[in-house]
Design a protein around this ligand. Structure first.
Ligand code: ZN
Length: 384
């Protein structure tokens, strides 16, 4: 969710991968093994349900079979999900992520799957009680599929941020120092320090004031996109505009400009669906007089003043609104520091300010009057 440039894998030509990559590969392998086991469980369960409780088959099959974990690539769109997802996380001020923590989650899921399999194995001897056994098994399976997606996102998130740390050590060292100050609870003007670190929005030139609608200033945001799915784009537009609207303070008018892959790569070969792409190079193909909405990320994120890149993991409208906040020129209202765990890679430390604004709290924050005021200030200050 923080702006960054994807780094190239220099170690590919230099031999041994760094610890954070090697450890990540090992954890991801455990995750894949778990996903394969879950898929095998789904097959056995489906067979038994078809035989003994066929009326539950649609419900079981409606639950997506486990997705292939770790898959990301060009033109793979996320599901846009309801805010219910947000309630899973409680609003606390610190979070941390690492490969060892992810590994513990995966081991916990493997134990849950053991339990689900044991329950299911009772079916053979359950006689007339087989329906109760299958009912439990379906419920246990559904919970495991939900968790699978969450862990997939942890894996992608760790990959993304641990590489970001390596790519911009100086900046992350600065943020880590500030994180430590805040975590130590020492008093002082920490809010000022955070504000100074984060700065004012760097509103790009293509965001324009376009008069007002019923006393509310309208800001126009042109967005180039190579996404061809109109229904998906309609949902993004409606969702982001609904979030970026504060009566009397400002409203956003998102206008998509279609730029199909064939035209973006005219004279060359456009990537196929699912191909890995170099996002920075891909985004650079779009004209500069608009923002960009594209695909191919491991994890959905925004690059300040430039693009939103979607990953395959499901996102909420609120998260999309947060990423569009980056495109409008805002940086994250929270800090990310790190600890070097040696052979285990890095632990990522997040500290949120406790403010409820969309850039500080992508999972539960709101767009505030101040966001529009700062943007309008920046637009009016142009050329001064
Ligand atoms: Zn962000």
């Amino acid at each position: 969710m923080f702006p960054m440039v994807l780094g190239c894998a220099a170690w590919l030509t230099q031999g041994t991968p760094p610890a954070y990559v090697e450890r990540g590969d090992a954890v991801e392998a455990q995750f894949r093994a778990h996903a394969v086991r879950l898929e095998a469980f789904f097959d056995r369960l489906r067979e038994a349900v078809a035989r003994s409780a066929p009326e539950w088959l649609p419900e079981l099959e409606a639950e997506d079979p486990p997705p292939e974990p770790g898959v990301h690539g060009y033109q793979l769109l996320p599901d846009i999900v309801d805010e219910a997802d947000a309630s899973r996380r409680t609003s606390v001020s610190t979070f941390s992520y690492s490969w060892p923590i992810t590994e513990v989650y995966i081991q916990g899921e493997a134990r849950k799957l053991d339990a689900a399999e044991s329950r299911f194995d009772e079916a053979a001897a359950a006689g007339p009680r087989i329906r109760a056994v299958l009912r439990d098994s379906i419920d246990l399976y559904r919970a495991l599929v939900d968790d699978l997606e969450t862990i997939d996102q942890y894996v992608q998130y760790n990959r993304f941020w641990q590489r970001a740390i390596v790519d911009d050590r100086v900046r992350f060292d600065r943020m880590t120092a500030l994180y430590d100050t805040l975590a130590a609870g020492t008093s002082g003007d920490t809010n000022d320090a955070v504000a100074e670190l984060l700065g004012r929005p760097d509103v790009p030139a293509f965001v324009a004031a376009e008069g007002s609608a019923g006393g509310t200033p309208v800001l126009g945001l042109p967005v180039y996109t190579d996404i061809a799915d109109d229904a998906f784009l309609d949902r993004v537009e409606a969702g982001v505009e609904a979030m970026w609207r504060v009566e009397g303070a400002g409203t956003l008018d998102v206008r998509f400009r279609r730029l199909p892959a064939g035209r973006l790569y005219a004279g060359g070969r456009a990537p196929d669906v699912g191909d890995p792409i170099d996002l920075a190079a891909h985004a650079a193909r779009f004209p500069g007089d608009g923002a960009v909405l594209t695909t191919g990320a491991e994890s959905t994120h925004g690059f300040v003043g430039r693009y939103v890149a979607l990953g395959p993991g499901s996102v909420t409208v609120r998260t999309l609104a947060h990423e569009f906040g980056h495109v409008l020129g805002f940086v994250d209202g929270y800090l990310r520091g790190y600890r070097n765990l040696g052979d285990d890679g890095f632990e990522i430390l997040e500290w949120t300010s406790g403010f409820d604004d969309i850039m500080s709290a992508p999972r539960e924050g709101r767009v505030l009057r101040a966001h529009f005021e700062r943007m309008i200030e920046a637009i009016e200050g142009r050329g001064e």
